[in-house]
Design a protein around this ligand. Structure first.
Ligand code: FE2
Length: 182
C-alpha cells in the first residue's frame, strides 16, 4: 500500500469509528464543551417553547387577545431557534437532541402542568424563564468564545437580543394597572 492509499485507509477507519463526527478544525474537547452547552440551551428552548404555547392555549381574562397573540409570537421565535442551534452542534461534529425524553433530562426550565394559572402568573413565570435563558445563553457564549467558535457566538448574540426583548415585553405586560386604568 502506498502512502496515499495508507492515508485514505486511515481516514476510512476513523470515519467508520465515528460516523457522525463531521470534520472540523476544533479539538474534540472543544466540540464536546460546545455541544454540552448548546444542548442545554436547546433543551431549554424546547421547554420554554412548549410552556409559552401552553400559556397561549390556556390564557384567560380581559386581556386574552393581546396576551394570546403575544405568546404566539414569542413561541414562534423560540421554535425558530431550534433548528439553527441543533445544526450548529452537528456542524462541529457533536450530536444533538434525539427525543422529548432527552429534552426532559437536560432542561433546566421547569414545566408547569397546573390546571389553572392566572394571566399575571403566566406572564411573570415566562418573564423569569426568559431572564434565566439569557443567563444560560451568556454562559454558552463564554464557552464558544473560549474555543474561538465565532459562528456560534454570533448566533447566540442575536438570540440574547431576542430573549431580552421577550423578557422586556413580558415584564411590561405584567405591570399592574394604575388607578387611571393604564
Ligand atoms: Fe394558536
Amino acid at each position: 500500500m502506498n502512502k496515499a492509499e495508507s492515508q485514505t485507509s486511515t481516514t476510512a477507519k476513523k470515519t467508520a469509528a465515528a460516523p457522525l463526527r463531521t470534520p472540523t478544525d476544533l479539538k474534540p474537547a472543544a466540540t464536546k464543551d460546545i455541544a454540552v452547552a448548546m444542548n442545554g440551551v436547546l433543551a431549554d428552548v424546547f421547554a420554554l417553547y412548549f410552556k409559552t404555547k401552553n400559556f397561549h392555549w390556556h390564557m384567560s381574562g380581559p386581556h386574552f387577545r393581546v396576551y394570546h397573540v403575544m405568546l404566539d409570537e414569542q413561541a414562534a421565535e423560540l421554535y425558530a431557534m431550534t433548528d439553527p442551534v441543533a445544526e450548529r452542534i452537528r456542524k462541529l461534529g457533536g450530536s444533538t437532541l434525539r427525543s422529548i425524553g432527552h429534552i426532559g433530562r437536560l432542561q433546566s426550565i421547569k414545566d408547569n402542568d397546573s390546571e389553572f394559572v392566572s394571566p399575571s402568573d403566566m406572564l411573570g413565570e415566562l418573564c423569569d424563564d426568559n431572564k434565566a435563558m439569557v443567563t444560560s445563553l451568556r454562559e454558552a457564549h463564554s464557552v464558544c468564545e473560549k474555543h474561538d467558535d465565532i459562528a456560534t457566538t454570533s448566533l447566540i448574540e442575536n438570540y440574547i437580543d431576542q430573549t431580552e426583548e421577550r423578557t422586556w415585553f413580558l415584564f411590561e405586560a405584567s405591570r399592574p394597572q394604575d388607578e387611571a386604568g393604564h
